[in-house]
Ligand binder design. Sequence first.
Ligand SMILES: [Zn+2]
Ligand SMILES: [Zn+2]
Length: 236
Amino acid sequence: MIKKVRSIALFILNILFPKQCSACGYWGSYLCNECKSKVGYVTEQYCPRCGVHSVLGFRHERCYRSPIDQLYSICYYHDPIASLIGEIKFYPAVRCALEVIEELTRFSSIDIECPWWSDCVVIPVPLHPFRYRMRGFNQAEEIGGIISSIFNIPMESNLLKRTSFSQPQSQMSRKDRHQNVQNAFRLNPHYRKNLPSKVLLVDDVFTTGSTLREAARLLKQTKNVTHVYAFTFARG
Ligand SMILES: [Zn+2]
Ligand SMILES: [Zn+2]
């Protein structure tokens, strides 16, 4: 029944908002084949602390201070992906970006490359409630849902809460970004006794990593959480 309602809703949305390539404007799909062929895939992952290549994005031994154990991204945050993710901010275009994000993520080999994620609980990086209400959805949570379904693992969207209404970071320097997210999160007290030991943090884009690092730091402080892996669809 729910499936039927969903497909009817999608059908109506498709009439109201016909598919258009978010990068070049070509009608018929959210990312046309020509633009899709320009997507830059991350073929070699990067250490979450120093940003130098590392096997599957695991932190180097010398980078043990990183609270993130592994960081994995599908593609680079260049066009056409930057246009696609930019569109996510304007509902109902969210579904267009998500359709492509899901396709490209399923097309990747994360399930083969990162089998240990099947022991994890997905935690999407939360938005501040005010921003959530304005936007109506959290893009990290939507992507988290895709990962949760690929690995057949649970997602806990309420475990981590955003406390500060931090400014959008796109125009900030690295130092300002760090200060902007310091103490930006808190743990939901309902989960204190029931924290997972392995966490997969999910966000849409990795730029300097300050947001993910802050979330990972807080989780690791609990001692219950022993491993924090991170997935972002794109990276700068
Ligand atoms: Zn196109
Ligand atoms: Zn490193």
